[in-house]
Design a binder for this molecule. Structure first.
Ligand SMILES: [Zn+2]
Length: 123
């Protein structure tokens, strides 16, 4: 993670004329020598930032969904044990530890994904 906002860094983007990657410090493309106005450079760079943000939101969403699926599956397994893996105490009481570990794990992954998702949305 970087403390420098994406907008202030040198942004590389594909040249609108030839598609080669250049950065926004250059006023002409070094591949096709096309003159690029600052508006062209800014809008090309902005669309790259937008795509990165969209990709990041997508991956946070997948993390969130994956965590939630693990959480639901573990919760279902707690109520209706399909995979029965328990610790039995000496007094005979049983702790369904697989389901509990799954619930904690699933909830943690869901929260990490949710946190990342909210952070990306608000950037
Ligand atoms: Zn070019």
């Amino acid at each position: 993670m970087s403390i420098i906002p994406e907008e202030l860094k040198t942004q590389s983007f594909p040249c609108p004329k030839c598609g080669q990657f250049i950065n926004d410090e250059m006023s002409t493309c070094r591949y096709c020598n096309a003159e690029l106005t600052s508006e062209e450079r800014a809008s090309a760079a902005a669309s790259v930032i937008y795509e990165k943000k969209a990709a990041s939101i997508g991956s946070q969403k997948r993390t969130m969904v994956m965590g939630f699926v693990v959480l639901l599956a573990s919760f279902a397994n707690l109520i209706m044990p399909v995979v029965d893996f328990s610790l039995t105490y000496s007094d005979g009481s049983r702790i369904p530890c697989l389901s509990i570990i799954g619930i904690i794990f699933g909830a943690t992954i869901t929260l990490i994904g949710l946190n990342g998702y909210v952070r990306e949305r608000n950037r």
